[in-house]
Design a protein around this ligand. Sequence first.
Ligand SMILES: Cc1cc2nc3c(=O)[nH]c(=O)nc-3n(C[C@H](O)[C@H](O)[C@H](O)COP(=O)(O)OP(=O)(O)OC[C@H]3O[C@@H](n4cnc5c(N)ncnc54)[C@H](O)[C@@H]3O)c2cc1C
Length: 367
Amino acid sequence: MYDYLVVGSGLFGSVFAYEAAKRGKRVKVIDKRPHIGGNIYTEEIEGINVHKYGAHIFHTNDKRIWEYINGFVEFNRYTNSPVANYKGEIYNLPFNMNTFNKLWGVITPADAKKKIEEQKASYHIEKPQNLEEQAISLIGPDVYEKLVKGYTEKQWGRKATELPSFIIRRLPVRYTYDNNYFNDKYQGIPIGGYTKIIEKMLESELIDVELNTDFFMNKDQYLAEFPKIVYTGMIDQFFDYQYGVLEYRSLKFETEVIEEENYQGNAVVNYTDAETPYTRIIEHKHFEFGTQSKTVITKEYPKQWKKGDEPYYPMNDDKNNELYKQYKELASSYQNIIFGGRLGMYKYFDMHQVIAAALTAVEKEFA
Ligand SMILES: Cc1cc2nc3c(=O)[nH]c(=O)nc-3n(C[C@H](O)[C@H](O)[C@H](O)COP(=O)(O)OP(=O)(O)OC[C@H]3O[C@@H](n4cnc5c(N)ncnc54)[C@H](O)[C@@H]3O)c2cc1C
């Protein structure tokens, strides 16, 4: 009856289902969660679109992807300009002239460059042995202490001196008074929330969606019944972890409604000191310039991942990449299964990248 089973209604699975239906194919989409959209899911609370799985800002340099996503929903002009709160001191991110002016009172780019060079020189680090040394060698001690150290240690759950230097290959520094976090040509937030995009993608009558349905409850039956499967769950789980478990970083979200119109004046505030247990607070209404009388905030806590937890960020270190290679090799012998998305390909994808990856899979499938 169906041409495809799509496991996972996130962006990868939904783009694939949409494109398959456009070509007249019948598709069944299942998801173990009670809603569509995977991690880009937004839920309306007090008239505000709440990003349930962390702040999502769409940004890309790829005109084709920008036009593709705009075919489903209109985007607003939101520009990501997070601020850092270090023990009550506020600094602009990414590191730019506003940040340097606040830190040292410097006015011109030349003065800022001179100050950073002086700071770096005072430490004489030639071959950084850990993340702390790497960061200081790139940006100097002041920026490191106030804006990098505490945040990074909370994120990784380890001291910066115990973290490998390669985690921070570079720290973007901008010698202009520009608080726009991304360098991409296009960015914004879908008006009405991300869930709307997925609803549009899955609205064809050739697509049936079944929620609260875990692939592994009926794996053998699905494999026998469907001619082709697009699988966007964890690749190691598909193979019953036979080579070992791929690792992730996880997160915990605490969301609350606040009887106040404007809680922090910005969508994203990073807490860069070590004492505050969360890494950031998101105030969702600011993504869409909301004027509601109440507000909704989410505190984001980094969390060690263990099997069974929600896997957010693949740990793409050498050990895990090697393990993934083994699974990928095994997956290549399954001709009727496409492994896709951040869990199926064990790779951190931004949204524009996951759309591009899904469209590549589509092109290959329907060539
Ligand atoms: C905290 C955070 C912030 C982010 N911020 C941004 C941002 O600002 N900008 C940006 O571009 N990108 C951002 N991203 C990345 C973005 O979330 C991903 O690019 C995108 O969600 C990936 O889509 P996907 O379809 O690969 O995976 P997912 O969205 O994870 O979808 C996979 C789906 O498969 C389902 N599934 C898994 N296993 C099974 C199973 N066994 N049976 C049935 N269903 C199953 C899951 O429930 C899920 O719905 C962020 C990611 C995180 C974690």
